[in-house]
Write a protein that binds this ligand. Structure first.
Ligand SMILES: [Zn+2]
Length: 428
């Protein structure tokens, strides 16, 4: 079909079916699904897939097999009552199109603090053109756009030439084992992938990596009146923080701002101190200090190397401080520890996304990198499937109270997404 006609048909169909898009979003937002508690929402996703007439695969991953899988991140979680669901729209003539995986997570972070919400986080509310509720941005609406567009292409165009596989996963917010489970199941092959995470409708073919660190610093306690007899672990900790800020600066100047997708951000890759804890008594010299935080990295870097650079920065402080030289801080790595990923700016799928956006909305898209991590790395780095993030929500709204998405942005996102899908997968 001629692109101009296709664009018009898709735009009209999305307008026609707006109500259905909102209905799907509301159905998922209305089900509480904080990480670990995804059974009910996944059952609803399965129901939706069946309603649409997709080939449906619903399974509970085997805990032992998962633990032995190389892509499992060691969270100690169980998959009991945590199914993964895939819905497949089989292509009509695969040689005339390319295949696509749409991967979305149904788990959300806790809505706490509850009293910051003006509405019930697990009851979707529409107000002033916004859809409000936990997951409205990150990323139940994104997953629903993927489902909605698949249904639309089936209903209005009789389907597409190559396969569309929607993978609905649990457990993204604590490390990505739901996506790992889908890969273990065999959902590893596609010509491209979309992770509809909240990108404010920017096209983001890259995401950061991240690693959580914890630093323990020992001092020597003393009564504050004889401070000179002790060594303040907090004051030593402040020196360590200064070194980390310097590391952040140097990394940004020399490495991270050189990445094409991160060069325009005020900070290409942050080093964040999240917790600084030390001391026991107002007038006592603190014996111990603990600092926790996250170092982020951009595509092209490796998480192991970046971790070593942070350790080196901490050791650098020791060389200039005789106490720390004799009592070096201990650096631990815990929780998140993963690599970044990217699809090249000239990849045909990225180009198609840009063109589809421009044609559909009549304006140039912003193309840059996602300011956090996503599950894309698992499919991209291990199976070579190119991918990008594209969703209507705002990352600043993710995990925040009164999370919402602008409905007009959601509709725009669906128009571009359906257009992209039709062109990539092939349509008659
Ligand atoms: Zn997300």
């Amino acid at each position: 079909m001629d692109n101009h006609l296709l664009k018009k048909k898709i735009s009209d169909a999305v307008e026609q079916e707006r109500g259905r898009l909102l209905e799907l979003c509301e159905r998922l937002i209305n089900i509480e699904s904080v990480t670990g508690n995804e059974l009910k929402v996944q059952n609803e996703v399965k129901k939706i897939f069946e309603e649409i007439g997709l080939e449906t695969d619903y399974w509970i991953p085997d805990d032992e097999k998962m633990r032995n899988f190389s892509l499992y991140s060691d969270t100690g979680e169980t998959f009991r009552d945590r199914p993964v669901v895939a819905g497949i729209l089989k292509g009509k003539c695969p040689s005339k199109g390319k295949s696509l995986i749409i991967n979305g997570h149904v788990d959300v972070v806790t809505p706490e603090p509850f009293d910051m919400w003006n509405t019930d986080p697990f009851c979707a509310v529409i107000e002033d053109g916004r859809l409000i509720g936990r997951g409205a941005s990150d990323m139940k609406t994104g997953l629903c756009v993927g489902i909605f567009c698949t249904e639309l292409l089936k209903k209005y165009f009789g389907g597409v030439n190559n396969d569309i596989t929607i993978v609905s996963v649990p457990g993204e917010e604590n490390g990505g084992n739901g996506t790992a489970a889908a890969l273990l199941r065999g959902y590893t092959k596609a010509d491209a992938s979309i992770f509809p995470e909240p990108t404010s409708n920017q096209i983001q073919p890259a995401h950061r990596g991240a690693a959580f660190w914890r630093i323990h610093i020992d001092g020597r306690s003393s009564h504050g009146g004889t401070k000179y007899k002790g060594v303040s672990a907090v004051e030593k900790g402040i020196k360590v923080v200064a070194a980390l800020q310097e590391l952040e600066d140097t990394r940004n100047r020399e490495i991270c701002s050189k990445n094409v997708f991160y060069k325009d951000y005020p900070l290409s890759a942050p080093v964040t101190v999240g917790i600084f804890r030390g001391g026991q008594f107002t007038s006592g010299v603190p014996e111990h200090c603990m600092i926790e935080g996250c170092i982020e990295l951009v595509p092209g870097e490796n998480v192991e190397d970046v971790a070593r650079s942070l350790e080196k920065a901490v050791m650098g402080v020791c060389r200039e401080d005789s106490w720390l030289e004799e009592h070096p801080p201990k650096v631990e790595w815990f929780g998140l520890f993963y690599n970044p990923a990217q699809t090249g700016p000239d990849h045909p799928f990225v180009k198609l996304a840009e063109e589809s956006y421009q044609d559909m909305l009549g304006e140039r898209p912003v193309v840059n990198g996602f300011e956090a991590g996503t599950d894309m790395r698992l499919l991209n780095r291990n199976y070579g499937v190119p991918g990008l993030m594209f969703g209507a929500g705002d990352i600043a709204m993710a995990h925040a109270p009164n999370e919402y998405v602008e409905i007009e942005e959601l509709v725009k996102n669906a128009k571009v997404m359906a257009f992209m899908m039709a062109r990539w997968c092939g349509i008659e």
